[in-house]
Ligand binder design. Structure first.
Ligand SMILES: [Zn+2]
Length: 347
């Protein structure tokens, strides 16, 4: 589907009247290509704003499915999406298409890894971070710095949010701020510390505002440095870019992209920071979801939506995607997850 929007469309009238954007800015937005990695609370909210703003091509990458626990804060998703365990990228694209058919929305149900990132994201002008884990952010940081693509970092947990804009060669990068990846379990996650909807919406809005400035090429207006917000009680703090910049940063100063090179290391099993483990089969090649559904139907409860299949048995459930990945819920133990995968899906 080709994007067919025009800057003269009535839907963009208020935005065009805003002098910093204007008709010329709207034209730039409509011809822009953006990748959004992660379609959770941040990502869904960012995606809605990008599409309503008329960003011409929005690639939405997410590896997960909609669950009931998402509905409290992740905009646009519905009870029906959760009931059918629809992949988030697909669900989001369906909802977004309903309120702007003039832009091109590309859903990608996939895991962003060092060996898949370039193929999944493709050629873009900007990357937006809607992920829920630092490992993926370090990977995006490496790739964006290497390829000179601006990206907008955003994260939230509890009632706290953090966001920054990385413009390679202009602003500090993520590794200037956080040099090393913390060990697994060392940082709070939304599963362990919870999260409230307003902080996600707020960080998403801050990210989108900077994204739009970059896309209309008003780089002087882009916020520099790191911004942290605490909503409960309220406090806001900024750290100036110069205070963050690390002259010996391994990524943006020394240009060593270890996360891009070390991608195979985490290829097979990834923790999702909750009671679930992702299993990536060693043997590639798409599974036959229909055949699998028929085979599993005699063993437990199977639901299928054309993009993924969910099988429930005992205290576990397994969602298999059409790229062969699986999410095993009900355990944090990779060995158990692998065993369940092998038992029901086959390795
Ligand atoms: Zn750096």
């Amino acid at each position: 589907m080709d994007a067919s929007g025009s800057p003269h469309d009535a839907r963009y009238a208020r935005q065009v009247t805003f002098k910093k954007i204007g008709l010329a800015g709207q034209e730039k937005l409509l011809s822009s290509r953006v990748a959004l990695v992660g379609a959770g609370a941040l990502g869904a909210s960012i995606a809605e704003q990008l599409v309503r703003s008329g960003v011409g091509t929005v690639t939405i990458v997410d590896r997960d499915v909609v669950e009931e626990s998402n509905l409290g804060r992740q905009s646009l998703y519905t009870d029906e999406d959760a009931r059918t365990r629809l992949p988030k990228a697909i669900a989001l694209a369906r909802h977004l298409t309903q309120f702007n058919r003039g832009v091109h929305i590309r859903p990608k149900v996939a895991d962003v890894r060092a060996d898949t990132l370039e193929e999944i994201i493709g050629e873009v002008d900007l990357v937006l971070d809607g992920t829920d884990n630092l490992a993926t952010r370090y990977l995006l940081n490496d790739w964006c710095v290497r390829e000179s693509i601006p990206w907008v970092y955003g994260g939230c947990v509890g009632a706290t949010g953090l966001t920054a804009v990385v413009i390679p060669q202009v602003t500090p990068c993520l590794r200037c701020l956080f040099r090393e990846l913390p060990p697994i379990g060392a940082t709070a996650t939304c599963e362990t510390a919870g999260v409230i909807a307003p902080i996600a919406t707020m960080v998403a809005a801050l990210q989108t505002a900077e994204a739009i400035k970059i896309l209309v090429r008003d780089l002087d207006a882009v916020r520099r440095g790191y911004l942290s917000i605490e909503l409960w009680p309220f406090r806001m703090a900024t750290v100036a870019a110069d205070a963050v910049r690390a002259p010996d940063c391994p990524c943006c100063a020394e240009r060593k992209f270890v996360f891009l090179e070390g991608g195979a290391r985490e290829r097979f099993i990834t923790y999702c920071g909750r009671d679930a483990v992702q299993v990536v089969p060693q043997r590639r090649g798409p599974p036959s979801l229909d055949g699998l559904a028929a085979r599993l139907a005699t063993l437990g409860d199977v639901t299928s939506n054309g993009f993924s299949l969910t099988f429930r048995t005992g205290g576990h459930d397994i969602t298999v995607f059409d790229d062969g990945r699986a999410l095993v819920r009900g355990t944090r133990d990779p060995a158990i997850a692998r065993a369940i995968y092998d038992r029901y899906i086959g390795s």
